[in-house]
Design a binder for this molecule. Structure first.
Ligand SMILES: NC(=O)c1ccc[n+]([C@@H]2O[C@H](COP(=O)([O-])OP(=O)(O)OC[C@H]3O[C@@H](n4cnc5c(N)ncnc54)[C@H](O)[C@@H]3O)[C@@H](O)[C@H]2O)c1
Length: 437
């Protein structure tokens, strides 16, 4: 055992600012409101339902995670956010069409009180959308300052003790790191010049990190995954996590693939396709936004299978990912996977997966968990990339010299060991020799 890390208590209000009040955000917000009134259960949330084993298997110690580490209570959360549409959160949740009208009606007053602040938005980065609730500014630096003013005003208005910001906005077009992203100085110069290398999401991330707020990116955009943001996070001691929430098909992929790999079954092909009819699906119908998502969705298998170590099993893997916008399905995505396997002596086999899921129902609990764990990280003095939160992301952020860890089970072990480490408990290695000595 080591001594526990000093963690400031989770007293007072936690302001949760969500960028984009669409399907994911409204399902998260309405869900938390329903749960804290005892009207629904937080299924899928590790912070609310998970337990953690401590010590030896013979000790029988397995407290709930939210009793083991000091997390903010759901009762202390105050939601706010920005959107390019003027609808309040109740109307936006009705538009998103994820939760049943009867369920939304139960928290209607509270939801209506969450009204979107005017957004920083430029249609060049999200081609399929346009809306009226948008800020004007003389350059991108000015827009960032307006966001910082919003953050401060929200904090004062709701007497928040601490704040967290999560990008739950639409997927922006595919972008690569440029010289403008290299340092805080080059980034701030690019903000002043309204450089095209800075999409809207980066302006929000910059505002959050300048204020020392923990920031996570629920979408696959580059956003905070650039050196300038990491330098800023180090300077203001802000924790950062991302990218792209691991829900639906990629969640299943990172559950199945480690199992196949563990048994050294070869994989020749993995064909994944989805039909999705919500606004996210509409945005992803634009090839440039889809490219951002495709890159994020495709990386997991390469890292899990390690073809450089197992060329005979995985070197020629053909991995195809498709998303088809199909309005009748709304948020109720359907995903199909066909996996072409190779077994003993090279004999072929196939595995078919048909997942009839609900995109935002899978995303909401992990947005909540990310918020609560990022707030914990901040209070524990952990800043920069929070690799222990890889569990929640399709393209986990990682130090430049490392490869990302995609295996869901390794990610969970890492997360729980981080909590044990914070509280000075023994890390669990699963060696277990002592039971037999
Ligand atoms: N639902 C899931 O399971 C899931 C999983 C992983 C990632 N994501 C990603 O999360 C994001 C949100 O998904 P969703 O289903 O809620 O989409 P959505 O289209 O319902 O909501 C996105 C919202 O963001 C708003 N928006 C776009 N640009 C903005 C800006 N610059 N400022 C403020 N608001 C802005 C849009 O107006 C919209 O209301 C998407 O990028 C999606 O790819 C979703």
């Amino acid at each position: 055992m080591t001594s526990p890390v000093q963690i400031a208590p989770a007293t007072g209000k936690l302001g949760v600012l969500l960028v984009g009040l669409g399907a994911v955000s409204t399902t998260t917000i309405a869900g938390v409101m329903a749960i804290r009134r005892g009207l629904a259960r937080p299924i899928g949330s590790l912070t609310q339902m998970g337990t953690i084993r401590l010590g030896k298997r013979t000790e029988g110690r397995a407290p709930k995670i939210n009793e083991f580490v000091p997390l903010a209570s759901l009762d202390d959360i105050v939601f706010g956010g920005w959107d390019i549409f003027e609808e309040d959160c109740y109307a936006a949740a009705r538009t998103a069409g994820v939760l049943e009208p009867d369920q939304l009606a139960q928290v209607r007053n509270e939801l209506e009180a969450v009204k979107p602040m005017p957004a920083v938005f430029d249609q060049r980065y999200v081609k399929r959308l346009d809306g009226p609730n948008v800020k004007k500014g003389k350059n991108k630096k000015d827009l960032a300052e307006q966001l910082i003013a919003d953050i401060r005003a929200f904090k004062a208005r709701h007497s928040c003790d601490r704040m967290v910001m999560i990008w739950c906005g639409s997927t922006e077009v595919y972008m690569k790191e440029t010289a403008a992203h290299a340092t805080i100085a080059s980034f701030e110069k690019a903000l002043e010049d309204s450089d095209d290398a800075i999409p809207s999401s980066m302006i929000y991330a910059y505002a959050a990190l300048r204020e020392g707020l923990p920031f996570a990116n629920a979408a696959p955009n580059l956003t905070a995954d650039i050196p300038a943001m990491l330098q800023l996070a180090a300077k203001t001691k802000a924790p950062v996590a991302g990218n792209d929430m691991k829900t639906g098909q990629t969640l299943i992929k990172t559950i199945i693939a480690p199992g196949l790999k563990a048994r050294l079954l070869g994989v020749k092909g993995w064909y994944s396709t989805n039909i999705l009819g919500n606004r996210d699906g509409e945005v992803l119908d634009d090839p440039e936004s889809f490219k951002t998502k495709e890159e994020s969705k495709k990386s997991a298998l390469d890292y899990i299978f390690q073809p450089h170590l197992y060329p005979e099993l995985y070197e020629d893997l053909c991995h195809v990912v498709r998303i088809n916008y199909y309005p009748p399905r709304g948020d109720n995505k359907e995903g199909w996977d066909n996996i072409d396997l190779i077994g003993w002596l090279g004999y072929p086999m196939q595995l078919k997966i048909n997942f009839l899921c609900r995109d935002s129902i899978l995303a909401a609990p992990i947005v909540l968990d990310s918020v609560l764990f990022l707030d914990l990280a901040k209070r524990a003095g952990m800043s920069g990339i929070q690799e222990w939160l890889s569990f929640y992301f399709k393209s986990p952020m990682h130090a430049p010299e490392l490869y990302p860890e995609h295996d869901l089970f390794i990610q969970l072990m890492k997360l729980k060991n981080t909590l044990r480490y914070l509280q000075g408990e023994d890390l669990i290695t699963h060696l277990g020799r002592e039971y037999y000595d």
